[in-house]
Design a protein around this ligand. Structure first.
Ligand code: 2NL
Length: 357
């Protein structure tokens, strides 16, 4: 019996001097492990006379329980010490300034697009959006493109491979399919503004295969080009923040409008600096016209009852003009230094009152 209490005292002393969890575990293995000292004692039971086994076994088990309890208690102490050491060493000094984190910004093109949409929305235009992947009907046929129009051919349009029925989907070449879908789905009058990505198989110093457009559509009983001129004079003076916008229509041709016109705006140039609102040069700014009766018919709108105007302009070029970016390729280069110079905080929401500036 006294051998057992000596052993228990010896093991308990080891437990109390174990300075960390690893040392404590080594004591546990040497006492209670398969080949440990207490397990060794249990193995000697078999050699004892049967009448002694019960009492001896109970005594050994009591030592084992005592050792286990001492191990558990020491473990609690060591764990608590370990935790408080970590809390000390990993303490965060909340008075230190936080390290600046890399933050995303909004690309100038998207900011300009949002700002343009905000100006039109304030004039009463509804914003409509649609898919990038389109079909021949919505991108061309409904817009009065003749069957053999060159814009349908490979050099201008990205076509997908034909499906099992021989139907080729395409990447929309303008945002007009969205107006087509809106007219088919709704009832006139329509006042729509349609911002979005468009795609053309074209890539050089002044063309990228993906670019951004905003198109507008007004269909009512008496809407005419005079209204369009007011809309644009108002839009341009807000967008370029000047009261002296002068515009002109110049005859043009689009399959989807009749008559068609491009609109130019007066500007001055001083070296690299371009100013809208004064000077004696004309800059082409958008395409427009009265919606062709065939387009209205294709959308279930009666051209004897309704008429209206439509327009389209490139957002990327307007963004370059507004922010004085000289090279279109910079707009698409994804150079983060350039973006942090021209980009805007995600919180800088544009609005018609103050724009972005
Ligand atoms: C340009 C020319 C234009 C339109 C787009 C349009 C849409 C429908 C019906 C008629 Cl659904 N027209 N859109 C009209 C005239 C010009 O864009 O040069 N864009 C950059």
């Amino acid at each position: 019996m006294s051998t057992y209490s000596d052993l228990a005292a010896e093991i308990e002393a080891e437990i109390l001097t174990a300075q960390d969890l690893a040392a404590l575990d080594a004591v546990r293995v040497s006492a209670l492990g398969k080949t440990g000292r207490i397990s060794g004692l249990l193995k000697t039971l078999g050699a004892l006379p049967p009448e002694e086994r019960k009492a001896t076994g109970a005594a050994i088990n009591a030592v084992r329980d005592q050792v286990q309890a001492a191990l558990d208690a020491r473990k609690d102490v060591l764990e608590a010490e370990h935790l408080s050491r970590r809390l000390q060493s990993e303490r965060i000094d909340l008075s230190l300034p936080a390290a600046p984190r890399a933050r995303g910004g909004v690309h100038p093109t998207m900011q300009v697009m949002d700002e343009m949409v905000a100006i039109f929305a304030e004039m009463g235009f509804e914003v409509a959006e649609g898919p990038d992947i389109e079909d021949d009907f919505h991108n061309f046929t409904a817009l009065n493109f003749p069957e053999k129009h060159p814009a349908r051919e490979m050099h201008d349009t990205f076509f997908f491979n034909p499906d099992e029925n021989g139907v080729r989907k395409l990447l929309r070449t303008h945002t007009s399919p969205v107006q087509i879908r809106s007219m088919i789905a709704g009832k006139p009058p329509f006042r729509l503004i349609v911002p979005g990505r468009v795609f053309r198989c074209d890539s050089d110093q002044t063309h990228t295969p993906m670019f951004h457009q905003i198109e507008g559509l007004v269909i009512d009983k008496t809407a005419h080009m005079g209204h369009l001129k007011w809309v644009f004079d108002t839009f341009l003076s807000r967008f370029f923040e000047t009261d002296t916008v002068i515009t002109q229509f110049r005859p043009h041709h689009f399959p989807f409008t009749e008559p068609s016109a491009e609109m130019d705006v007066r500007y001055s140039r001083n070296g690299a600096e371009i100013r809208i609102g004064d000077g004696d040069r004309w800059m082409e700014i958008l395409g427009s016209g009265m919606v062709h009766p065939n387009v209205l018919k294709a959308c279930g709108v009666d051209p004897d009852e309704y008429q209206g105007f439509a327009f389209g302009m490139g957002v990327d070029r307007l963004a370059m003009l507004k922010y004085g970016v000289p090279d279109l390729r910079d707009m698409f280069a994804a150079d983060t230094r350039w973006l942090s110079h021209y980009g805007f905080s995600g919180f800088a929401a544009p609005n018609p009152a103050s724009g972005l500036s």
